[in-house]
Design a binder for this molecule. Structure first.
Ligand code: KIV
Length: 277
């Protein structure tokens, strides 16, 4: 990989591709992925050097205020992806196929993935599931669209699981996850999100497949990490699982700033003469 610096703080400004991620795994360079749903944040995250931006269906929670990701539609995802694409020069942009847009059959799934690619300019799609989605993954990849898999806690199935607790603690489920990871690799996935599974299992799976794994609540042994940006920046105040690290406390910062603004307006301290025409 080249190492020129074009954006502040970013080593290697070459556009990130699925091939780049493969090279990063081979070279042991951990992959940094975050979610993005809008132009302004996407531009900041891209400039800061995030390798992969996931237009996650977690937009349902952090943008729309829903309790689950289930209500998200393909049109919603396409809108968010269009906004993100306009702000990004370097990162690989992956878009979640939302609940209901790919589970029906492989043909419908391909139609959904084609809409995402044609209407947004994003680079890849992600979908949840293992053996049950292999035919779908093959169909989408067969059409030339890169697919990222997602195993472990798969939030679109929350009503089947009934809880967001750690997955694959029991040997039977862990074994199924190992098999699913291999199946998704064989089906041609370029990467795999592992969500909320024991760190030891995630490390084992990461070592056993050639494609990069991206962990969330899956320990340091994955080939990369992903967090929901609103969680990492401390914008969400009511969601504090142990796998989230707050890199900032923006909810507090924004509250202070807005209170100062309200105060200035009340006291006619804003705008000043310099801020007026
Ligand atoms: O939608 C999302 O944000 C995700 C991540 C949690 C991996 O799928």
């Amino acid at each position: 990989m080249s190492t020129q610096t074009v954006f502040p703080g970013v080593v290697n400004a070459r556009r990130v591709t699925t091939q780049t991620l493969q090279e990063m795994k081979a070279e042991g360079i951990p992959i940094a992925m975050l979610t993005a749903y809008d132009f302004t944040m996407a531009r900041i995250l891209d400039t800061a050097g995030v390798d992969v931006l996931l237009v996650g269906d977690s937009a349902s929670n952090v943008m729309a205020g829903h309790e689950t990701t289930v209500p998200m539609t393909l049109d919603h995802m396409i809108y968010h992806a269009q906004c993100v694409v306009r702000g990004v020069q370097r990162a690989l942009i992956v878009v979640d196929l939302p609940f209901g847009s790919y589970q029906g059959n492989a043909k419908e799934a391909l139609a959904s993935a084609i809409r995402v690619m044609k209407e947004t300019g994003a680079h890849a799609v992600k979908l949840e599931g293992g053996a049950n989605v292999v035919a779908t993954v093959e169909r989408i990849i067969g059409a030339g669209i890169p697919v990222m898999g997602h195993l472990g806690l798969t939030p679109q199935s929350i009503y089947k699981f009934g809880t967001y607790k750690v997955r694959a603690r029991e040997e039977e489920e862990a074994d199924q996850l190992r098999k699913d990871a291999r199946l998704l690799e064989e089906a041609g996935c370029f990467g795999l999100v592992l969500e909320k599974i024991p760190a030891e299992l995630a490390a084992e799976v990461s070592a056993s497949i050639q494609i990069p794994t991206i962990g969330i609540g899956a320990g340091v042994g994955c080939d990369g990490q992903v967090l929901v940006t609103h969680d990492a920046l401390g914008l969400t105040t009511d969601f504090n699982p142990r796998f989230v690290r707050h890199y900032a406390e923006l909810a507090g910062t924004i509250t202070d700033a807005v209170q100062a603004y309200v105060d200035d307006v009340r006291h006619r301290a804003f705008p000043s003469e310099d801020e007026s025409y």
